[in-house]
Design a protein around this ligand. Structure first.
Ligand code: SF4
Length: 226
């Protein structure tokens, strides 16, 4: 993917949807908790769980660790897989404290911090990169299913590319600009949920004209009964 292609898609999405104001949170630690909880659920459910957890713990790592596992799991019920996520949240909070909190983790250079986060139970590349970009403000491009689908349809990524390859593709094409990376990922998610869905809503798409997917450039065939 070339720089002008990546910027063209960004410009069109930004013009269509406007700034997305991500990541909605009151602190970097809340961003990190949200990144763990958002796996396989909607953000609305994450907000409900975080609100409940905030009432119990003020979102302090020590207070979360002081909860017994059953109470923590019950608090996380809105996000689904709440027993698994309770264990992951505990593992992350233990790691966060041991590492010296935000200051301790933040003292690491980006690649070292990435490896550090990936060493925590339940934190994969997308979750680690959410944290790196939105909590630690490092220029790391977050890749998710919406990114793969959209850029595959645009013909700018091969389906066979792995997470790291895709991340490097964006990070090579674009300047290492934290604000750009934050906005770009948020816009991709918005577009993937609203228009470039499993069944793409091509007639309403701001990327028509740059998208080679057959649906984008032609009329839908009329149904036999039309
Ligand atoms: S034209 Fe259709 S397939 Fe292409 S990006 Fe837009 S919604 Fe997705």
């Amino acid at each position: 993917m070339k720089r002008d292609q990546a910027l063209e898609v960004f410009s069109r999405l930004l013009a269509a949807y406007g700034p997305q104001h991500w990541w909605p949170a009151d602190s970097p630690f809340e961003v990190m908790l949200g990144a763990v909880l958002t796996q396989n659920t909607s953000w609305r459910n994450v907000e409900r769980a975080l609100d409940a957890l905030k009432r119990l713990t003020r979102l302090e790592a020590a207070a979360i660790l002081a909860l017994d596992l059953a109470t923590l799991a019950a608090t996380l019920r809105p996000v689904g897989y709440f027993n698994v996520k309770a264990q992951r949240l505990r593992a992350f909070c233990t790691h966060y404290q041991t590492a010296g909190g935000f200051a301790g983790l933040g003292s690491l250079e980006t690649e070292g911090l990435r490896l550090n986060l990936l060493s925590v139970h339940g934190i994969g590349p997308e979750t680690a990169d959410d944290m790196l970009l939105y909590a630690f403000e490092r220029p790391v491009f977050v890749v998710d299913a919406y990114t793969r689908r959209l850029f595959g349809r645009l013909g700018l990524l091969a389906e066979s590319q792995g997470y790291e390859q895709i991340r490097r593709t964006f990070e090579t094409a674009l300047d290492p600009d934290v604000a750009l990376f934050k906005e770009y990922h948020a816009l991709i998610v918005r577009h993937g949920k609203q228009v470039c869905r499993t069944r793409p809503q091509c007639p309403a798409c701001p990327l028509r004209g740059v998208c080679p997917t057959p649906l984008s450039g032609r009329r839908e065939p009329r149904a036999a009964t039309d």
